[in-house]
Design a protein. Structure first.
Length: 256
Protein backbone atom coordinates (compact mmCIF):
# COMPACT_ATOMS: atom_id res chain seq x y z
CA UNK A 1 0.00 0.00 0.00
CA UNK A 2 1.32 3.44 -0.85
CA UNK A 3 2.12 5.74 2.03
CA UNK A 4 -0.33 8.68 2.05
CA UNK A 5 2.61 11.08 1.81
CA UNK A 6 5.22 10.49 -0.93
CA UNK A 7 8.92 11.16 -0.50
CA UNK A 8 8.91 14.74 -1.69
CA UNK A 9 10.19 18.10 -0.59
CA UNK A 10 7.89 20.03 1.70
CA UNK A 11 7.78 23.61 0.45
CA UNK A 12 5.30 26.44 0.80
CA UNK A 13 4.08 28.11 -2.37
CA UNK A 14 5.96 31.32 -3.04
CA UNK A 15 4.24 34.33 -4.59
CA UNK A 16 5.36 34.77 -8.15
CA UNK A 17 6.16 31.08 -8.72
CA UNK A 18 5.08 30.14 -12.24
CA UNK A 19 2.32 27.58 -12.58
CA UNK A 20 2.91 24.68 -14.99
CA UNK A 21 1.84 25.58 -18.54
CA UNK A 22 0.54 22.05 -19.14
CA UNK A 23 -0.13 19.14 -16.85
CA UNK A 24 1.17 15.74 -17.94
CA UNK A 25 1.31 13.20 -15.12
CA UNK A 26 3.98 10.56 -14.78
CA UNK A 27 2.19 7.21 -14.67
CA UNK A 28 3.47 4.52 -12.29
CA UNK A 29 2.07 0.99 -12.23
CA UNK A 30 1.26 -0.27 -8.71
CA UNK A 31 -1.04 -3.18 -9.62
CA UNK A 32 -2.70 -4.85 -12.58
CA UNK A 33 -5.64 -2.46 -12.19
CA UNK A 34 -4.04 0.44 -10.26
CA UNK A 35 -1.97 3.37 -11.46
CA UNK A 36 -0.38 6.28 -9.62
CA UNK A 37 -0.54 9.55 -11.52
CA UNK A 38 2.28 11.76 -10.23
CA UNK A 39 1.50 15.40 -10.96
CA UNK A 40 4.13 17.08 -8.77
CA UNK A 41 7.42 16.38 -7.04
CA UNK A 42 7.04 19.01 -4.32
CA UNK A 43 4.36 19.37 -1.68
CA UNK A 44 2.76 22.79 -2.05
CA UNK A 45 -0.62 24.23 -1.18
CA UNK A 46 -0.96 25.36 -4.82
CA UNK A 47 -1.12 21.67 -5.92
CA UNK A 48 -4.67 21.20 -4.65
CA UNK A 49 -6.58 23.06 -7.43
CA UNK A 50 -4.78 20.92 -10.04
CA UNK A 51 -5.43 17.67 -8.17
CA UNK A 52 -9.11 18.47 -7.73
CA UNK A 53 -9.50 19.46 -11.38
CA UNK A 54 -7.75 16.28 -12.51
CA UNK A 55 -9.93 14.18 -10.22
CA UNK A 56 -13.09 15.70 -11.66
CA UNK A 57 -11.91 15.07 -15.23
CA UNK A 58 -10.86 11.48 -14.48
CA UNK A 59 -14.21 10.64 -12.90
CA UNK A 60 -15.96 11.91 -16.02
CA UNK A 61 -13.55 10.10 -18.38
CA UNK A 62 -13.71 6.72 -16.62
CA UNK A 63 -17.38 6.78 -15.61
CA UNK A 64 -18.56 3.40 -14.24
CA UNK A 65 -15.14 1.87 -15.02
CA UNK A 66 -13.63 3.86 -12.13
CA UNK A 67 -13.42 1.84 -8.91
CA UNK A 68 -11.66 4.42 -6.74
CA UNK A 69 -9.63 7.61 -6.97
CA UNK A 70 -7.49 8.62 -3.99
CA UNK A 71 -5.75 12.02 -3.89
CA UNK A 72 -2.53 12.70 -2.02
CA UNK A 73 -0.17 15.67 -1.74
CA UNK A 74 1.28 15.21 -5.23
CA UNK A 75 -0.45 12.19 -6.74
CA UNK A 76 -3.71 10.49 -7.59
CA UNK A 77 -4.12 6.74 -7.07
CA UNK A 78 -6.44 5.45 -9.78
CA UNK A 79 -8.14 2.04 -9.48
CA UNK A 80 -10.14 0.94 -12.54
CA UNK A 81 -12.26 -2.08 -13.48
CA UNK A 82 -10.27 -4.56 -15.56
CA UNK A 83 -13.46 -6.13 -16.82
CA UNK A 84 -14.29 -2.87 -18.57
CA UNK A 85 -10.88 -1.48 -19.56
CA UNK A 86 -7.42 -2.80 -20.32
CA UNK A 87 -4.20 -0.88 -19.62
CA UNK A 88 -4.07 0.75 -23.04
CA UNK A 89 -7.67 1.97 -22.78
CA UNK A 90 -7.12 3.25 -19.25
CA UNK A 91 -4.08 5.27 -20.36
CA UNK A 92 -6.06 6.70 -23.27
CA UNK A 93 -8.75 7.92 -20.89
CA UNK A 94 -6.11 9.46 -18.65
CA UNK A 95 -4.68 11.35 -21.63
CA UNK A 96 -8.20 12.50 -22.51
CA UNK A 97 -8.80 13.74 -18.94
CA UNK A 98 -5.58 15.77 -18.86
CA UNK A 99 -6.04 17.40 -22.25
CA UNK A 100 -6.10 21.21 -21.75
CA UNK A 101 -6.43 20.73 -17.98
CA UNK A 102 -6.44 23.91 -15.93
CA UNK A 103 -6.47 24.31 -12.13
CA UNK A 104 -9.87 24.41 -10.50
CA UNK A 105 -10.66 28.02 -9.63
CA UNK A 106 -12.99 27.07 -6.79
CA UNK A 107 -11.91 24.05 -4.74
CA UNK A 108 -15.37 23.92 -3.10
CA UNK A 109 -13.60 23.23 0.15
CA UNK A 110 -15.24 24.13 3.43
CA UNK A 111 -13.79 26.37 6.11
CA UNK A 112 -13.90 24.56 9.45
CA UNK A 113 -12.85 25.41 12.98
CA UNK A 114 -11.76 22.58 15.27
CA UNK A 115 -11.37 23.19 19.03
CA UNK A 116 -8.14 22.03 20.67
CA UNK A 117 -6.96 21.95 24.26
CA UNK A 118 -3.24 22.64 23.94
CA UNK A 119 -1.62 21.41 27.16
CA UNK A 120 1.47 19.37 28.13
CA UNK A 121 -0.66 16.83 30.01
CA UNK A 122 -2.22 15.72 26.70
CA UNK A 123 0.50 17.06 24.38
CA UNK A 124 3.81 15.66 25.65
CA UNK A 125 5.89 17.39 22.92
CA UNK A 126 4.32 20.83 23.41
CA UNK A 127 7.04 22.01 25.81
CA UNK A 128 9.77 20.48 23.65
CA UNK A 129 8.56 22.34 20.55
CA UNK A 130 8.40 25.51 22.59
CA UNK A 131 12.01 25.01 23.63
CA UNK A 132 13.25 24.11 20.15
CA UNK A 133 11.52 27.02 18.47
CA UNK A 134 12.33 29.52 21.20
CA UNK A 135 8.64 30.47 21.30
CA UNK A 136 7.74 28.83 24.58
CA UNK A 137 4.49 26.91 25.07
CA UNK A 138 2.29 29.98 24.61
CA UNK A 139 4.10 30.94 21.42
CA UNK A 140 3.69 27.47 19.91
CA UNK A 141 -0.04 27.55 20.66
CA UNK A 142 -0.40 31.00 19.16
CA UNK A 143 1.60 30.17 16.04
CA UNK A 144 -0.07 26.81 15.39
CA UNK A 145 -3.62 28.13 15.87
CA UNK A 146 -3.02 31.27 13.77
CA UNK A 147 -2.85 29.46 10.44
CA UNK A 148 -5.54 28.00 8.19
CA UNK A 149 -4.46 24.54 7.07
CA UNK A 150 -5.19 22.83 3.75
CA UNK A 151 -6.52 19.26 3.93
CA UNK A 152 -4.39 17.41 1.39
CA UNK A 153 -5.34 13.77 1.85
CA UNK A 154 -7.01 11.13 4.01
CA UNK A 155 -5.08 8.04 5.01
CA UNK A 156 -3.29 5.98 7.68
CA UNK A 157 -6.57 5.49 9.58
CA UNK A 158 -10.23 6.26 8.81
CA UNK A 159 -10.79 10.00 9.22
CA UNK A 160 -7.06 10.81 9.55
CA UNK A 161 -6.58 14.02 7.54
CA UNK A 162 -3.11 15.17 6.50
CA UNK A 163 -2.98 18.96 6.72
CA UNK A 164 -0.34 21.62 6.13
CA UNK A 165 1.78 23.46 5.91
CA UNK A 166 2.71 24.37 9.48
CA UNK A 167 5.04 27.29 10.16
CA UNK A 168 8.65 26.31 9.50
CA UNK A 169 9.64 27.12 13.08
CA UNK A 170 7.22 24.40 14.30
CA UNK A 171 8.33 21.73 11.81
CA UNK A 172 9.55 18.66 13.71
CA UNK A 173 10.62 15.19 12.55
CA UNK A 174 8.64 12.14 13.57
CA UNK A 175 9.63 10.41 16.79
CA UNK A 176 12.49 7.96 16.34
CA UNK A 177 10.33 5.28 17.99
CA UNK A 178 6.55 5.46 17.35
CA UNK A 179 4.28 5.18 20.37
CA UNK A 180 2.21 2.03 20.74
CA UNK A 181 -0.83 4.03 21.84
CA UNK A 182 -1.95 7.55 20.98
CA UNK A 183 -5.26 8.77 22.43
CA UNK A 184 -8.14 9.61 20.12
CA UNK A 185 -8.29 13.33 19.38
CA UNK A 186 -4.55 13.86 19.82
CA UNK A 187 -3.18 16.70 17.68
CA UNK A 188 0.29 16.17 16.25
CA UNK A 189 2.98 17.61 14.01
CA UNK A 190 5.31 15.69 11.69
CA UNK A 191 7.69 17.74 9.55
CA UNK A 192 5.40 20.49 8.20
CA UNK A 193 2.26 18.36 8.43
CA UNK A 194 -0.34 18.46 11.18
CA UNK A 195 -3.20 16.06 11.94
CA UNK A 196 -5.57 14.72 14.58
CA UNK A 197 -5.67 11.01 15.41
CA UNK A 198 -9.36 10.01 14.99
CA UNK A 199 -9.11 6.84 17.07
CA UNK A 200 -6.74 5.24 19.54
CA UNK A 201 -3.83 3.96 17.47
CA UNK A 202 -0.05 3.72 17.29
CA UNK A 203 1.66 6.88 16.08
CA UNK A 204 4.95 8.72 15.81
CA UNK A 205 3.94 12.37 15.52
CA UNK A 206 4.83 15.11 18.02
CA UNK A 207 1.72 15.58 20.20
CA UNK A 208 0.82 19.12 21.25
CA UNK A 209 -2.82 18.91 22.34
CA UNK A 210 -6.14 17.11 22.08
CA UNK A 211 -9.45 17.86 20.38
CA UNK A 212 -12.95 16.82 21.48
CA UNK A 213 -14.11 16.71 17.84
CA UNK A 214 -15.07 13.38 16.30
CA UNK A 215 -13.26 13.10 12.98
CA UNK A 216 -14.50 9.61 12.06
CA UNK A 217 -18.25 9.10 12.23
CA UNK A 218 -20.25 6.50 10.30
CA UNK A 219 -23.19 8.92 10.22
CA UNK A 220 -21.20 11.35 8.06
CA UNK A 221 -21.00 11.27 4.29
CA UNK A 222 -17.78 9.39 3.60
CA UNK A 223 -17.48 8.73 7.37
CA UNK A 224 -14.96 11.57 7.72
CA UNK A 225 -15.46 15.06 9.10
CA UNK A 226 -12.73 16.39 6.80
CA UNK A 227 -12.26 16.08 3.04
CA UNK A 228 -9.40 16.99 0.68
CA UNK A 229 -9.81 20.62 -0.33
CA UNK A 230 -11.17 21.74 3.06
CA UNK A 231 -9.34 24.32 5.15
CA UNK A 232 -9.06 23.98 8.93
CA UNK A 233 -8.25 26.45 11.67
CA UNK A 234 -7.59 25.14 15.17
CA UNK A 235 -9.17 27.14 18.00
CA UNK A 236 -7.44 27.01 21.38
CA UNK A 237 -9.84 26.26 24.25
CA UNK A 238 -9.44 25.75 28.00
CA UNK A 239 -9.76 22.42 29.79
CA UNK A 240 -13.28 23.11 31.12
CA UNK A 241 -14.57 23.81 27.61
CA UNK A 242 -12.73 20.74 26.30
CA UNK A 243 -14.46 18.52 28.87
CA UNK A 244 -17.83 20.17 28.28
CA UNK A 245 -17.51 19.33 24.57
CA UNK A 246 -16.94 15.67 25.41
CA UNK A 247 -13.15 15.53 25.44
CA UNK A 248 -11.21 12.99 27.46
CA UNK A 249 -8.77 14.89 29.68
CA UNK A 250 -6.95 11.80 30.94
CA UNK A 251 -3.25 12.70 31.09
CA UNK A 252 -1.03 11.15 28.46
CA UNK A 253 0.88 8.10 29.68
CA UNK A 254 3.73 6.42 27.85
CA UNK A 255 3.05 2.74 27.14
CA UNK A 256 5.98 0.51 28.14
Amino acid sequence: MQRPFPVAELAAHRPGDAEPAAMTPRIEVVGIDCLILRLFERIEESNMPWLLAAGERLRAAFGPALVDLVPSYTTLLLHYDLQQLDDRQARARIAQAFENLSPQADTNGRELQIPVWYHPSVGPELALLGQRSGLGIGGVIERHSAHSYQVFALGFAPGFAFMGLVDECLASPRLSTPRQRVAAGSLGIADRQTAIYPQVSPGGWNLIGRSPSQLFDRRLDGYSLLRPGDRVRFVAIERDEFVRLGGDDSPFEETP
